[in-house]
Each structure stands twice: as C-alpha cells, then as structure tokens.
Write a protein that binds this ligand. Sequence first.
Ligand code: NAD
Ligand code: G3P
Length: 361
Amino acid sequence: MRNSSKEKYKVAVLGSGNWGSVAAKLIASNTLRNNDFHGEVRMWVHDEILPSGEKLSTVINQTNVNVKYLPGVKLGKNVVADPDLDSSVGKIFAVRDANMLVFVTPHQFVDDVCKRLVGKIPGDVEAISLIKGMEVKVEGPRMISSVISEHLGVDCCVLMGANIAHEIAEEKFSEATIGYRVNTEAAKRWARLFSTPYFAVTAVQDVEGVEVCGTLKNVVAIAAGFVDGLNMGMNTKAAIIRIGLNEMRAFSKRLFPSVKDDTFFESCGVADLIATCFGGRNRKVAEAFAINGGQRAFKELEEEMLKGQKLQGVLTAEEVYGVLQKNKWLDLFPLFRTIHEICTGNRPVSAIISCNEPQLA
Ligand SMILES: NC(=O)c1ccc[n+]([C@@H]2O[C@H](COP(=O)([O-])OP(=O)(O)OC[C@H]3O[C@@H](n4cnc5c(N)ncnc54)[C@H](O)[C@@H]3O)[C@@H](O)[C@H]2O)c1
Ligand SMILES: O=P(O)(O)OC[C@H](O)CO
C-alpha cells in the first residue's frame, strides 16, 4: 500500500537496552541499503543520567554508541536516539510518522509504554515484538504481542531466536524466527528489515508458538544456572534442558492448542534454549544465586552483575507459577514449579534435581 503511493516505511525502535541497541543497528544497516525504507531509524530511549552527568540519549547521539547498554559498538549514523516517546506538543517524537514499530523493552515495562501510545498510533501501523515475556493478570495470561495488539489495535508479529545480543553486535552468525498470524506480506517485510548475511531470519505462521518458546526458555535458563552453580556437570545440565523443553512444549500447548511442534525446532525453540542455557544473563545470575547458597536475592545480584540490564526469567517463573496454580497444574510441571520455589527462597537450590517427571500430556 505504502509503496504504491511511494511512501517509504519508517521504523521506530521502542527500547534501547542491550538487544534493543543491537536491533537498531541491524535495522539501520538495512534501511540504508533498501529503498523501501526511510533511512533514519528512531530509537526511543528510556532516558537516564550517566555518572558523567550527561543524558544517555545525548551521549548516544554524540558518539553513535549506547555507552551504557552496548558499549564499544557503533549503531550506525542513521540511528537517532529519542527520549520523547509520546510528546503531544507537536515536536518530533519517537513514534511520529513511523509505520513499523519494533517493541524491545524488558517485558515488565511494555504495558506502560503501550498505554502512553494509545491514540497516537494510526491503524495501518505494523508492529513486531522482540520481547521475551508474558503478562499474567486475574483474567489469565497474555503474551506480549497480544498486549501490544490489544492496546494499540495493530497487528503484531514476533521475532525470537538464539540471539545473545553482544554476539550479534560483533556480527557473528545467528538465526532468528519471525512468528506471524495471517499477514504474509508483513512477515516478509519484517524479514527484509532484519536479515543480514550474519542474521538469517525465517518466518513461520505460529505467533504463539514462537513467542511462548522465547518466553519460557528464560525460566529453564534459571535452572541451568542453578546446576552450573552447584557444579553438577554437563549430564545434569542436559537433563534439565531436556525436561525444560518438555515442559515448555506441554505448557505452550495447554495455553495455545494451535502451537505447532515444528516451531520447537526453529531458532526460537531448541536453539534459543541451548544458547540461553549456556551464554545468557539468566543463567549467569542464577549460577551466582546458587554459588551464594540462595542467600543473596536475585534483585541484588541482578543490580550488581547486570548494571541496569534486566533479567526476565525470575519474573516469568513467577508468572508461570501463577498460571500453574490457577489451573491446578503444579504437579504436572515440577521443573517450572521448583524453579520459582527456589527463586523465592522456599526451597534450597539443591531441590532443582529432585523433580520427578510426570507423564505430560
Ligand atoms: N540482551 C539479549 O541478549 C536479548 C536477546 C534477545 C531478546 N532479548 C529480550 O529483549 C527484551 C529487552 O531486553 P534488552 O536486552 O534490550 O534490555 P536490557 O535488559 O539490556 O536493558 C534494560 C532496558 O530497560 C530500560 N528501562 C529501565 N526502566 C524502564 C522503564 N521504567 N520503562 C521502560 N524502559 C525501562 C533501560 O533503559 C534499558 O533500555 C527482553 O525481553 C529480553 O528478554 C534480549
Ligand atoms: O541473556 P538472556 O538470558 O536474557 O538471554 C538472551 C537471549 O534471549 C538469548 O536469545
């Protein structure tokens, strides 16, 4: 539609953490090359004051580097950091004129971001979520793509995969999976926006499957960190990953019967599970939690070790536990259940290997 009217697609990236910054870099390299897209990529920054007394957004625009969340990596001159998400005073702000919105904040902030955008997004905007997480309220669980769609009335694809951000920043090869609902053209457009020779993107028609995989692997990564911290070796870790994959599949299908088995074999599935359980932040902080015998809280370790970056797995474990409790499924998901009970200090870290596996339907 936009191409026929010679209007180019304009991209805004909402979020500027570790992955948000790498996503902006990937996208910016493509918008310069591909005429379908407007060259400039606006990146909304949840602004903060750096120890130097300067604003993060100002320093990003001066140096072209996100010095706090992705130090040492040039984002591309066409990335413009914008601290103004939703101004209504008429000046340029992050989402103005954008028709492709990339959501990439930690999942606990997306509801607030969406609420601020209500009424400011035209109906023909397309969205994609790179956010690994879910929202659980009394009415039940909602995936983040649904939160975005329901608040803003836009179609929302997802992009998940074995994507440890700093490796992609160094342009080391990886794959990713786009999940889409019905709009194949939109899925292809998102794939063109993200694909590079070192970032291979595949699209599958299974939004929920892709998104639930990306969300639940963060919970399993906490368990992988526990067994690393307890120095239990690779056989135990492989067992935890296998049981975790099984619970991921069973949980996904109970929430969304349409989830496809094949999706677990895409990058968003088993590949992301492996990458996260060996190289992710959730694993790393959970390992420290175990080494400290559960005596130092996750929150404290997160602040000390990640310096502003956010864990998703601990909060997701709590959200998953809420779903299990509400549906009386606790006994069917002993690994997920035990992970949350350890995170909250109700069981010792050593309980991670005491889960007896039930027959999951
Ligand atoms: N880092 C990775 O390797 C990676 C890879 C793939 C997917 N992801 C997913 O991407 C999402 C974003 O993670 P990230 O790594 O870009 O972020 P991050 O954890 O590196 O950074 C935290 C971000 O949260 C922002 N923030 C803090 N308070 C906020 C608030 N009140 N409102 C809005 N933003 C606030 C900070 O400014 C910062 O940009 C997560 O769901 C994560 O699971 C991360
Ligand atoms: O560092 P983590 O544990 O948040 O995982 C990062 C990515 O999700 C890996 O794909």
